[in-house]
Each structure stands twice: as C-alpha cells, then as structure tokens.
Design a protein around this ligand. Structure first.
Ligand SMILES: [Fe+2]
Length: 274
C-alpha cells in the first residue's frame, strides 16, 4: 500500500520531516484515521511502550524495528488543554499505534521518531467537534510542535479496484482513470484547502461533508476527520491569508486519492499530511 511503497507522497513527507528537524521541531501532535473513542469521549495515547498493529499488504520489515517515541509529558498537556476546552478526554495507557500514524512518522523521520502525541477521533464523527479539537491544540504550533492529520481526500474501500493489488501486489495500477465521482470530490477537497484561509477554511472543510458526492468518496467518515482537525488547528482568525499548498498527490487502487497539503511556514509551524 502507499504507506509502505515509495511514492511522490512519501518523498513529500520526507521533505516535510527534514524541514521540521531543520527548524528544531519540539514534537509532533497527530490525529490519524483508525482510532476513535466511543460515546462523547476523545482519548490521548499514553502507552509508554506502544506496540505496532500490523498492516495489510506492507512487509513487516518496513516498520517492526522503528522505535516509537511517545511524548507522555506533552500528552498530559494535551489532555489538560482539551479538558479546558470542554472535552470529555482521557488518557489511554494501553493503545498500540496503528499504521495511519507510525508509517507516516517512519517516512518523515527515518532516522528517529521525534516526541509524538497521538489524539483519537470521536466515533460520532462530527466535523465541528473535530475542528474544535484542532483549535484547542492550536497554541502548541507556536511552541514548535508540528500538527499532523492523517487520512485521505477520497477513501472508499468499497469502491476501490482491488484486482491488480490482489493479483500482482500493484496498488498503483491505473488500468482505467479514477471514476468521475472520485475526481470531482478530490477537486472539491483541493479547492476547499487551497482557496480558503482562517475561519473560511474551517467552514469550507466542514462543508465538504455536505457535498453531494461526499458519501461516494467516503463510505465511512473515519478517513476525513483528520482534515477537520487540521482545519481547526490552522483555521483561526490569526491564520487568515495563510493558504494550504498541495505538495503531492498519489492515487492508488484506481479510486483512492491521497492528497498532501501543507499549511503554514516555519518557524510559524504547521504541516500536515492528509
Ligand atoms: Fe487507513
């Protein structure tokens, strides 16, 4: 899968990681696409020695030896900041990390994982709720933390073309172009990110979940929540005039689009991988 194989997006993550290190990044705060908390809750990972959940179609040699670096001190700060913002938030000391986060970190920081905090989604997948999570953690950007959201612009596993992957292990095969609904929604995501800033970015990104093709592009909401988190983190009034750049894009399984956006400039600090 794309997270395991070389790709233009993987090169883009490496470049973003190099830039972060060159600017003495303090740590990473990350929301992925595979961890959600039930009820009204969100959780923050505090397992001091997290395992890595295995990932389908990626050889374990690509990740088993990479040492994760959970930042427990900053995790506690995140919990306080989220509680102060009114969230029902708790530490999760047992959570093992999943490929939506650790494979990105491996690509960005192959020589060592910076101190990292993982924040869960909430299983109700309310866009405005997740914008508020990003907004609550936004002050950490000014301290030199990199906030990352990991998900996908178009991600509907039911509508992918799986045969080249299953027969030839070729996730990048494009025997046909992506279907119109996928192209159309991917364009809507790009337009929302690159043509809006500040609170307008938050409005545009949350509104994407009302797009007529949203449910075609996302059969489930989990891979779109990180975009809300990022819009919250980079969509304050202070961010007006700071627009996202589309830095790379990788299609796989014909209809799944992984668009990479970066918002903000060092040393002001905010990058994201979607
Ligand atoms: Fe995923």
């Amino acid at each position: 899968m794309m997270l395991g194989e070389p790709s233009e997006s993987a090169d883009c993550w490496k470049k973003a990681g190099d830039e972060a290190l060159a600017h003495n990044i303090k740590g990473v705060i990350m929301m992925g696409a595979h961890w959600d908390a039930a009820g009204d809750r969100i959780e923050v990972a505090t397992n001091p020695n997290p395992g890595k959940s295995p990932v389908a179609y990626v050889h374990p040699s690509k990740y088993v030896d990479y040492k994760l670096n959970p930042d427990l001190k900053t995790a506690d700060r995140c919990i306080s900041m989220l509680a102060d913002a009114g969230f029902d938030v708790a530490a999760n000391p047992k959570f093992d990390w999943i490929h939506d986060t650790y494979l990105i970190l491996i690509r960005m920081f192959p020589n060592g994982c910076p101190p990292t905090v993982l924040v869960s989604m909430n299983a109700r997948f309310d866009p405005h709720f997740h914008v508020k999570v990003g907004a609550a953690l936004r002050p950490l950007r000014k301290e030199g933390y990199l906030l990352i959201g990991s998900g996908g612009a178009v991600h509907n596993l039911y509508r992918n073309v799986w045969m080249p992957m299953l027969r030839f292990s070729d996730n990048f095969a494009q025997e046909t172009p992506p279907e119109p609904w996928a192209l159309e929604f991917r364009q809507a995501v790009e337009d929302a990110f690159v043509h809006n800033s500040g609170p307008k970015l938050r409005r545009a990104v949350t509104r994407l979940m009302k797009h007529p093709l949203y449910r075609d592009a996302h059969a489930t909401d989990d891979h779109f929540m990180a975009a809300m988190f990022v819009a919250g983190a980079a969509g304050d009034e202070e961010d007006e005039g700071v627009y996202a750049n589309l830095t790379a894009e990788t299609w796989e399984l014909t209809n799944m689009c992984n668009s990479q956006f970066t918002i903000g400039n060092w040393p002001k600090t905010l990058n994201l991988a979607a």
